[in-house]
Design a protein around this ligand. Sequence first.
Ligand code: MG
Length: 198
Amino acid sequence: MKKQVHSIEVRNAALARLTERGVTVEDIAEIVYLMQSPYHPDLTMEPCIESVKAVLEKREMQHAILVGVELDILAEKGLLSEPLQSIIASDEGLFGCDETLALGSVFGYGSIAVTTFGHLDKHKVGVIKRLDTKSAEGRVHTFLDDLVASVAANASSRMAHRMRDEQEAAAAREEALAQHNAELRLEAKGEEGNEQAG
Ligand code: MG
């Protein structure tokens, strides 16, 4: 039987690649904050960071990061064969495999993830913009910018759904409490009536 690679090894390698390429969890969380704060005025960075970390725990996301960043690194070192070497090194606009790889990990998180990914692909925001500029300095981030957009889009969608769940749970708790208080008041009134009658 072939040796199976342990999940922890994959996870640690994917997280290490991001760090080595200059992308932190906070960088990605900042994009999540920018995408979601218009809908949640009280939003803080904490749930954004938590959501990015959760998305990075997904094996599919880790595999995409490993594949994409590896190709970026090989292109940076000039180790790919032509014409792929030139296509990736120059971030050829019609290449599209970078977007396709990143987009593949977006579908599992629903429509908010898909639309947010499209938005980030068009309007490079935060660290994505920085990666884009670095490409001009001899660094290759052809795949990484899209992968970061994918993690941010997934984390945005995940957080939006969770926040709605929490809102609804809080509303249900409030309603139950109001009902309980109303029952107590009714009981107290009944006892008062009994005392007067007695
Ligand atoms: Mg790209």
